[in-house]
Each structure stands twice: as C-alpha cells, then as structure tokens.
Design a binder for this molecule. Structure first.
Ligand SMILES: Nc1ncnc2c1ncn2[C@@H]1O[C@H](COP(=O)(O)OP(=O)(O)OP(=O)(O)O)[C@@H](O)[C@H]1O
Ligand SMILES: O=C(O)[C@H](O)COP(=O)(O)O
Length: 412
C-alpha cells in the first residue's frame, strides 16, 4: 500500500483483466475531441498495463447530457492509440452484450475502450458509493473483470458510478496519473508561503470555483477573476454582464441561480480580497467575428454582447499583482484563449507567472493547454495539473470521493 493509504500499480498482481477509469474529457471542436495533455499522461498508465500483459478495458466520460460536448468516445480511441503506440478497440456500448462480448474476447496486452460512461443512466447523478455499486452498470462490468484501476484524478471529486461504484466491489488500485497528481496536490495544500498568495479564477465552471473561493478565503489574499465566474461577480455588482444571450447556451443563468447568494455574501464580507475586471473584450459583430473590441465595464449599459476575455487594462493589472506574489494558483482561463484574439488575459497572466519567481500551479484540463499552445515552458511552473475541479478542491483539504473509495478498497 502507498503512504497515501491506497494501493497503486506497484501492488497489482500479474495477468489481470482490468477495468481502468481514465479522464479523457476534452474540448470538442466540430464534434471531434481535440488532443490534449490528458491523452498524453493517461497513455503512460495504459501502456504500462498493456506491456505488463494485462487485458485492459478503459472507461471514460465526455461532456454532460444536453451539452454540445456530450459525444461518443469513438474519436478518443484513435487519439489515445497514437499516444500509447498500440491499437485500441472501441465498442459503442457501455455495459450491454456488445461491451461484455468484447471484454471477454480480449487477449493479454490488448486494449479496449467502452462508450462514454455518461451515456449510461447509472453513471450520473452523484450518489453514495454503495448505491452506485448496486447499479446494473457496475454489477455487469464487475462480473467480467478481476480488478479496477482509477487513473482519473481530475474526475475524482465526482461521486459517479465509474469512480466510486467499482472500488466497492473489486480490488482497486490508483493508476500512475492518479497517484502522481494526488501526491502533488496534497503536498501543495499543506504549504505555507512567505508573502502574498494569489488565485486566478476563470473558466466556465463557475460553480466549482465559487465554492472553493469561499472555502479558501482565509488562505488566499487576492482572487483575480475572469471567465464566467468573473462576469457573475460583476452581475452581482449591478453590471449588465453575465447573462445568457443565446437561448441555446447555458453558461451563466443557471450558475447564477445556484450561486448568487454566495457571491453577494462574499462581495459583502470579503470584497477587498476580490478583484474584478475593469474592462472586457468581445468579438466585433460587424467584423469577421474574430476582431477584438474592448470596453470599460463602467461603460457597459446594455446586455448586448457576450464577452470573451478580460480587457488589456485588466490583464496588465492582474499581471502586476502576480509579480508581487509569493504563490499563484490558476484555475480556469480568463477568456476563450483557444481563439487567439481572446487569449490576451490568460496569456498575459501566465507569462507574468512564468517570469516571476513565485510558487505556481496551473490547473484545469483546458487551462493547462494554454501553456503549450502559446509557447510557454512547463518548467517555468511548479506544477501543471491536468485536473481542474479536483485540484482546487484538494487545496481546500476536502476529501475526493474517488480517492476515498480507493482507500476503503485498500483497507478491506
Ligand atoms: N468568457 C468566456 N466565455 C466562454 N468561455 C470561456 C470564457 N472565459 C473562459 N472560457 C473557457 O473556459 C475554459 C477553461 O475553463 P474550464 O472551467 O473549462 O476549466 P478547465 O481548465 O478545463 O478545468 P476542468 O478540468 O475543471 O474542466 C476555456 O476553454 C475557455 O475557452
Ligand atoms: O473535465 C473535468 O474537469 C472532469 O472530467 C470532470 O468533468 P465534469 O465537471 O463534467 O464532471
């Protein structure tokens, strides 16, 4: 058993038929997943298991039902195979006859990916591990394998069937990514810093970050906000931003409903710790759609456009705070950095972190991609985590459901 209280691949017996949970949740462009660090890192675990002669059955999720990024894992199999350097079979079934037949037909060293776990009704919503273990999904697949490996650290904060159900009924082990990320993020949670501690908060998952901001209020001096969370805080301050203008897209309003009381309370009680954008950028509707236009927040008087980045003045002010910090934690991008005109906020802040001698962690499956995309060196950051929600929750010292399940399995 590892010092963290769970078993790892070092404890795994030979010649197993393994169910291996990865997190391949990726940005989807035109229905297809885009390659990213998650494939590269998980490929090492998968290669190690296949090379050792195990039969490897992979589980992963993509998106959420009802969202544009809720697609089949067909495309993921090909990208992962490139990184592993070996063919990966794919079956468009989560736990039916086709899935079970394909599992039973595996030879030693072969790899199979099953369909998006979230296409099975038993996977979501969150429930306690015993209830998840008692689902048809878990009972069916568990009967066709010998052991379970969880490598999906970045999804370990979710109490879903594929993360907490299997370790209740099978011998369970942490994969290499799980063990490495857990060790790094847990060590960060216990560190003390001699100087200002800053957290840069953005991205689309405002609900995740707002809860964590509330919990970390005593250990972080400055929160610098962008992305969807940033706009929801501006909305709470009475600005006409942070509303869904496209009825097809649900980015702001439901997260506002869920969090506005918490946001208002934080602004009242610790508003001096929270820095919001003073200018924002949007795409010129009269241009090609990619031309960047900036506007001061105080000059926005109607809900007319969707904002895609913080403004240049905000980005520079945030970079100044970074240069004056002993530690900087990033969760979520300050804008839609994938579209270069709207990368200014994210890249300006990341460059300031890279140039400054502060302790730095950049987290988030999407956000960590900005480092390579804009030519920054990973070595200029202390830790680049492929996890988003799990990494920031770890900073609060809160347990992760998937990790707790591995610990229970090891103690049985
Ligand atoms: N104003 C905005 N409007 C729409 N999308 C935005 C905006 N600002 C940032 N984003 C998007 O946020 C994404 C990154 O944040 P996200 O919340 O998905 O976190 P993450 O880094 O992927 O972490 P996790 O691993 O939790 O998913 C980027 O892909 C970026 O395009
Ligand atoms: O991408 C992630 O952060 C994880 O895979 C969790 O995804 P979720 O936020 O859709 O549960």
């Amino acid at each position: 058993m590892s010092t963290h209280g769970f078993d790892t691949l070092d404890d795994l017996p030979a010649d197993r038929r393994l169910l291996v949970r990865l997190d391949l949740n990726s940005p989807i462009e035109d229905g297809t997943p885009t390659d990213n660090r998650r494939f590269e890192r998980h490929a090492e675990t998968v290669r190690e298991l296949a090379d050792a002669g195990h039969r490897v059955v992979l589980l992963a999720h993509q998106g959420r039902p009802g969202r544009d990024d809720f697609v089949s894992l067909d495309g993921h199999a090909g990208i992962l195979a490139e990184h592993v350097g070996q063919g990966i079979g794919f079956v468009a079934d989560t736990h039916g006859e086709a899935a079970v037949d394909a599992i039973d037909a595996l030879d030693p060293g072969e790899i199979l990916l099953l369909e998006n776990t979230r296409m099975c009704d038993d996977e979501l919503p969150e429930a306690d591990p015993e209830a998840k273990a008692d689902t048809e999904f878990v009972r069916t697949l568990a009967a066709h394998v010998d052991a379970y490996v969880n490598d999906a650290y970045s999804a370990a904060h979710r109490s879903h069937a594929s993360l907490v159900g299997f370790p209740e009924v099978l011998p369970a082990y942490a994969g290499r990514v799980m063990a490495t990320e857990y060790a790094a993020n847990t060590a960060i949670a216990g560190r003390e810093f001699d100087g200002r501690v800053t957290m840069v908060v953005g991205g689309t998952k405002a609900t995740d970050v707002i809860e964590v901001m509330d919990a970390l209020g005593d250990s972080v001096d400055d929160f610098l906000l962008g992305g969807i969370a940033g706009e929801l805080f501006l909305r709470a301050g009475g600005h006409p931003v942070g509303f869904d203008l496209d009825p097809e897209r649900d980015l702001y309003d439901s997260q506002w409903e869920r969090n506005h009381e918490l946001i208002e309370g934080m602004l009242d009680e610790r508003g001096d710790q929270i820095t919001l954008a003073t200018d924002l950028a949007y795409a010129d509707p009269d241009g090609t759609g990619r031309e960047r236009v900036e506007i001061a927040v105080d000059d926005i008087d109607e809900k007319e456009v969707s904002f895609l980045d913080v403004g240049t003045g905000t980005a520079e002010a945030y970079a100044d705070v970074v240069r004056d910090s002993a530690a900087v934690f990033v969760k979520g991008a300050l804008g839609v950095f994938e579209d270069e005109p709207f990368s200014v906020g994210t890249v300006t802040v990341l460059e300031a972190i890279a140039e400054t001698d502060c302790f730095s962690v950049v987290g988030g499956g999407d956000t960590s991609r900005a480092i390579e995309r804009y030519g920054l060196a990973e070595s200029d950051f202390d830790h680049v985590s492929i996890a988003g929600g799990a990494y920031i929750r770890a900073l609060t010292g809160r347990p992760l459901a998937g990790v707790e399940a591995l610990k229970r399995a090891a103690s049985r």
